[in-house]
Design a protein around this ligand. Structure first.
Ligand SMILES: [Ca+2]
Ligand SMILES: [Ca+2]
Length: 234
């Protein structure tokens, strides 16, 4: 008995679909639910691997997604309050790790993209600044919620809080004891209950864990050319 036109058509469609969308390809699409993306994205005036935040992109089967392009879109952030440096350093894949993942900046779009490693992982902390004298505050909630994160163009949920911090708190392009004295003033509440410039782990508090991160950055012995940047995205 010959198959009907309807059944041939259905069979053909199923075959076609299996070629267009093989199961492995579907599984390899980044999953928002299974991926780990921090609630806050840090911009600071110097790259300190100790302060990066781990992102893990996973697919629908909860497998890590190697080579996923993770894009951070700052276009919704208030200009001036959040300034992105036009060039960004390579990012590590773990806290304190060696930078290995090149960061590509699309300045016109105020975006940075970084690929995950073989384990679907990257650890990010970008370079930027703010025109606000002491950063966002005086409440932690005053920080802008404006960074949209996507992986292979798939949105990873709602926009993230952006924290703009400075290790060089007196702005002289060195990170020295004078900056530590400034940090202590921030921690003591001299500029309000909270100011983002002294919050290096993005958690909305200025406490001893931030002091540890300041010390870790100071120990890197960064040169003036490694601190801040000369060109910001418009
Ligand atoms: Ca300084
Ligand atoms: Ca903190």
């Amino acid at each position: 008995m010959r198959p009907s036109a309807r059944s041939v058509s259905a069979a053909a469609l199923i075959t076609l679909a299996s070629h267009l969308y093989p199961p492995t390809a579907c599984a390899a699409i980044p999953s928002t639910a299974n991926s780990t993306v921090p609630a806050c994205i840090l911009l600071a005036d110097a790259r300190s691997p100790a302060a990066c935040q781990v992102i893990v992109i996973r697919d629908a089967n909860n497998n890590p997604k190697p080579g996923a392009t993770v894009t951070f879109d700052f276009s919704a952030c208030p200009v001036g309050e959040v300034e992105l440096c036009a060039t960004q350093p390579d990012q590590p894949v773990a806290v304190g790790g060696t930078p290995s993942q090149p960061a590509t900046v699309s300045c016109g779009g105020r975006m940075v993209s970084v690929d995950t490693d073989g384990n679907g992982q990257v650890c990010v902390a970008f370079i930027g600044a703010t025109t606000l004298a002491h950063g966002h505050g005086p409440a932690a909630r005053d920080r802008p919620v404006c960074c949209q994160v996507s992986a292979d163009t798939k949105f990873m949920g709602l926009p993230r809080v952006v924290t703009v911090a400075s290790y060089d708190l007196n702005g002289d392009r060195t990170i020295l004891a004078t900056d530590l004295a400034e940090w202590l003033a921030y921690a003591g509440g001299d500029f309000g209950i909270y100011r983002s410039k002294a919050d290096y782990n993005c958690n909305g508090r200025v406490v001893s864990s931030d002091l540890s991160l300041w010390l870790a950055c100071a120990s890197l012995g960064l040169r003036p050319t490694d601190i801040g940047c000369d060109t910001f995205c418009p």
